[in-house]
Structure formats: C-alpha cells, structure tokens
Design a protein around this ligand. Structure first.
Ligand SMILES: [Zn+2]
Length: 210
C-alpha cells in the first residue's frame, strides 16, 4: 500500500505497535495517510520503518536505515550476504510475489543495495536468495529458493506458535547460516556468494549496520 507522510509530530500512542515500537504509551510520533481511502495512521518512527521493511507500506522518497537482521561477514569485514527475516502471512496467494515485493521495497527505500547478495528468510520457509548485480529491476523474483533443514523449520514453526520476539528468530536463522557455512559442500548456493576461503572464516553478525 502507498502511504503519504504528513510530517506532523505530536504525542499519541502508535497504532501499529510492532515488536520494535517506541510509542506503546503516549510518545512523540508522526502520522501517515493511506491511499486510497485517506485514513490517518499514527505511527512511531520504528514502526514506520518496520512497515516499509515488511513491504506493507511504500512511501515515495522515504529512506529507511540500512541495517540488516543478520549478515554473513568475511574475515576482511565485508558483508558476503545480507539477511532479512520476515514472518510470511498465513494466507497468501503467491509467496514468491510477496517476497519480491519486500525485496523491491527495501531497494526503493535505500535499505538495501543491489550489489549485495540478499537472503529473505521467510518464516517458516522457504528462504529467497537474490544474487548481487550492478542493477536490478525492483520486483524481480528471487534467483533461488532455499529450504531450511527440517530441524530449523521446526524451530521456526514453534517460535511462530509462541509469538516469539524478533531476536529469537534471528538466533535460529543465525544458527542455520553458521551451520550452512560449516558444511559448504552440502550447500551449493553458498558457492554463488563467496569463495571457500572467505566462507570458511566468515562469521554471522546480528543487527548488522551497513
Ligand atoms: Zn510504534
């Protein structure tokens, strides 16, 4: 959905109340207009970012902070893979299109560069991989779909049931990624994102600032 920022700041409760909300009780927040319909939604800065990152809102000209839930970082300190974790809505007609929309919004709002390899860890799976390139048409479908192993899928599914916080999902996906790089020969897709020498000593970082 396209939304328009109002630019107004006032004190109220946030209507969105995401996991990262900073205005669960009255705090300085802003408002956006939905289009069409022109309904006012009061929203804190953190939730506004979450809505954009989740692909729910598109705000022309808005920039969101380039941070990732996880990154696989080479020994030299450069990110080999950027990872965003998102719960997939329960009822969804086309999961690939949903994933492509999130990827597109992250590109449009400056939260992601096409020159990074990007993995959307859709919970409970599959995960979607876009390989780095100089330019990408926003909305391009993922280059590959990756099924997490059964144990990881089970852990993610049980977190979904218990309504766990984002940090818990991050730990499970971080474990999966760490194990994947430790067993390179079983994960062909990793050969696309780095040389063995880099991957061997790469580490997973959470809340990665780009
Ligand atoms: Zn909020």
């Amino acid at each position: 959905m396209k939304v328009q920022p109002t630019g107004i700041i006032f004190v109220a409760e946030c209507d969105i109340q995401s996991d990262r909300c900073t205005a669960r009780t009255s705090s300085p927040i802003t408002a956006v207009w939905t289009t069409p319909g022109r309904e006012q939604v009061n929203v804190c800065r953190a939730c506004l970012e979450e809505m954009v990152r989740a692909g729910e809102w598109e705000i022309t000209g808005a920039r969101v902070s380039p941070r990732a839930d996880l990154a696989l970082v080479s020994p030299g300190g450069s990110p080999l893979l950027i990872v965003e974790i998102k719960r997939r809505p329960g009822v969804i007609r086309d999961p690939r299109a949903w994933a492509a929309r999130i990827h597109r919004n992250l590109l449009l709002h400056g939260a992601l560069q096409p020159t990074s390899h990007f993995l959307l860890a859709a919970v409970p799976g599959p995960f979607y991989l876009w390989l780095a390139r100089d330019f990408i048409n926003p909305g391009t479908p993922a280059d590959a779909e990756i099924q997490p192993d059964a144990r990881t899928a089970e852990r993610l599914a049980s977190l979904l049931e218990s309504d766990a916080r984002p940090v818990h999902f991050e730990h499970v996906v971080a474990d999966w990624l760490t194990e994947s790089v430790q067993h390179l020969s079983e994960h062909d897709w990793l050969n696309e994102i780095g040389r063995d020498a880099e991957l061997d000593r790469a580490v997973v970082q959470t809340e990665y600032a780009m």
